[in-house]
Design a protein around this ligand. Structure first.
Ligand SMILES: [Zn+2]
Length: 402
């Protein structure tokens, strides 16, 4: 391992640049492969749903993984150029390089795949608007890093003498970070979506009734433009001041009672404080890592045995990765189920809930079923599973084939 680092550090410049270029080209090559296999599926089945399901799977498991590996490797390869800077400069420079890589790879892949995607789904979103979304995705992934960095710089700046106080502050960082991130995210999100107040007055009245029935504070209702990218969705944000967003593509294509059913699901998230619980899940995980780290240190000090570096990393990383990936997703799917159930308890008819969900699936060209393993890596249960669940608790039978 150390030899590898020495090799990377002393690598000639041309080799370093060549490797970096190769990494980028590999991502482009992968996009071409994906494009080819999606077109094959589309030609064979003639089904946009099948093609889009393939697309989602390739994107989530293949392109994203490759990109993740590329960004880490490019960090290693490019790291040598940051050495001359002092610490803050190094971080800023590194972020700029990561941003550059992220944009180069994603915009390149977008150019390769955009035509195929538009042809299959019939979308008309402009390239510049998609590039803007890519840039914001990167910034949002980085906000937590920036927050942690700022807080720790601030703490170092105030020069604390007391060791206990320092420990308390160190322990408070995860929780402060998580809440700050959510607040920053939520403050910016409305502008990013270009959302406006929900226009339809009668619909607003209908939806406001849901909050009364749930016995919670009314959320502000917004709509955001998605006609060009054909996204049919609703989402909810906010800890203290809840906001519900409904995409106009869904508003235009769904009946009022279907929109009501979808928003009732979001009201379920609010009533059961799901956002707060997700946040606490993440904070608890961060404390878990801190505690395991401290326990290992304590073990080393107490027994005098040194834990092998790789073993130590494995003990820390494996539960951490599982907790934040599969575990978190499982927790989210549990909440989705609960939100569906809640919608029924405030008077949404099961048949309306089901047609509302089917419409979401149809408008988004979303497959109803997923393979079991695939489903474990999704934020939502498959539509088929959600519908099955609604049928089970309501006793209503919907004929999926009709
Ligand atoms: Zn939901």
């Amino acid at each position: 391992m150390e030899q590898l680092f020495v090799f990377i550090l002393n690598m000639p410049g041309w080799l370093r640049i060549t490797l970096l270029l190769l990494l980028i080209l590999m991502n482009y090559g992968a996009a071409f492969l994906v494009k080819r296999s999606i077109l094959i599926v589309y030609r064979r089945t003639g089904s946009a749903v099948e093609a889009m399901n393939k697309w989602r799977i390739y994107k989530q498991y293949f392109l994203t993984t490759l990109q993740f590996i590329t960004v880490i490797l490019s960090g290693f390869l490019g790291g040598v150029y940051f050495i001359p800077f002092e610490k803050t400069g190094r971080i800023i420079f590194m972020l700029l390089v990561l941003f550059f890589f992220f944009i180069i790879i994603n915009v390149g892949q977008l150019l390769i795949l955009d035509k195929t995607y538009k042809r299959i789904r019939g979308t008309t979103e402009s390239l510049s608007s998609q590039i803007r979304d890519i840039a914001f995705a990167f910034l949002f992934a980085l906000v937590p890093l920036g927050v942690v960095r700022t807080i720790s710089l601030f703490i170092r700046g105030i020069n604390i003498r007391s060791g206990v106080l320092r420990d308390i502050i160190a322990a408070a960082i995860p929780i402060i970070t998580a809440f700050l991130y959510i607040f920053i995210f939520q403050a910016l999100y409305r502008g990013l979506l270009k959302a406006v107040d929900l226009q339809d007055e009668r619909l607003r009245e209908l939806l406001n009734g849901l909050f009364d029935r749930a016995g919670i504070k009314k959320a502000k209702l917004y709509q955001w433009p998605t006609r060009q990218k054909k996204v049919a969705n609703a989402l909810v944000l906010g800890l203290a001041n809840p906001k519900v967003f409904i995409s106009d593509y869904y508003l235009e294509n769904a009946e009022p009672d279907e929109i009501e059913a979808i928003v009732a699901h979001e009201v379920g998230h609010l009533k059961q404080k799901h956002i707060l619980k997700r946040l606490l899940y993440i904070v608890a995980g961060m404390y878990g890592v801190l505690i395991i780290g401290n326990l290992m240190e304590w073990y080393e000090n107490y027994t005098g045995n040194e834990i092998n570096l790789y073993l130590g990393l494995a003990i820390l990383l494996i539960p951490f990765v599982l907790y934040f990936s599969v575990g978190f997703l499982q927790f989210c799917r549990y909440q989705e189920r609960k939100a569906d159930e809640f919608a029924l308890t405030i008077g949404i008819k099961p048949e309306v809930m089901i047609t509302a969900l089917l419409k979401v699936a149809r408008l988004n060209h979303m497959a109803l079923k997923q393979k079991k393993l695939d489903e474990k890596f999704q934020l939502h249960p498959s539509m088929a599973r959600r519908i099955g669940r609604i049928e089970k608790i309501s006793g209503y039978k919907y004929n999926l084939r009709s």
